[in-house]
Write a protein of this length. Structure first.
Length: 119
């Protein structure tokens, strides 16, 4: 059996899922299911675009620099558009709770900052 290391991107995505679960559980216990659902939707609004970006740039090894840069910019543009689209969809849901939604979103994004500190 071989010991496989997770890539940095995989670790960050895994930590994002973990923090989304923790924040959602906290809101479920403290505020009920409506706040928990709002929190998980905020986390998903951060996670899905990051997952898209990770898939977009994952297979760029061996490419020439210009193609890598183009893939990076297209991935980032797609990520921003996907985030906006997800928030537009989320805001159509009745009784969405803004504070838990933003808390879930910010918590998932904060994983990047903690990853930089842990490196």
């Amino acid at each position: 059996m071989t010991d496989r290391k997770l890539s940095t991107v995989s670790k960050i995505l895994s930590y994002q899922i973990l923090i989304i679960i923790i924040i959602t559980t906290g809101f479920a216990v403290a505020g009920g299911w409506l706040k928990a659902i709002s929190s998980i939707l905020g986390g998903v609004a951060a996670f899905i675009p990051n997952l898209y970006f990770a898939f977009r740039i994952n297979n760029t090894a061996g490419w020439e620099a210009r193609k890598i840069l183009r893939s990076f910019y297209l991935g980032e543009s797609g990520k921003l558009l996907l985030t906006a689209a997800l928030f537009l969809i989320i805001f159509q849901i009745p009784d969405i709770q803004i504070l838990p939604l933003l808390a879930g979103y910010i918590a998932a994004l904060s994983v990047f900052w903690f990853a930089l500190l842990m490196r």
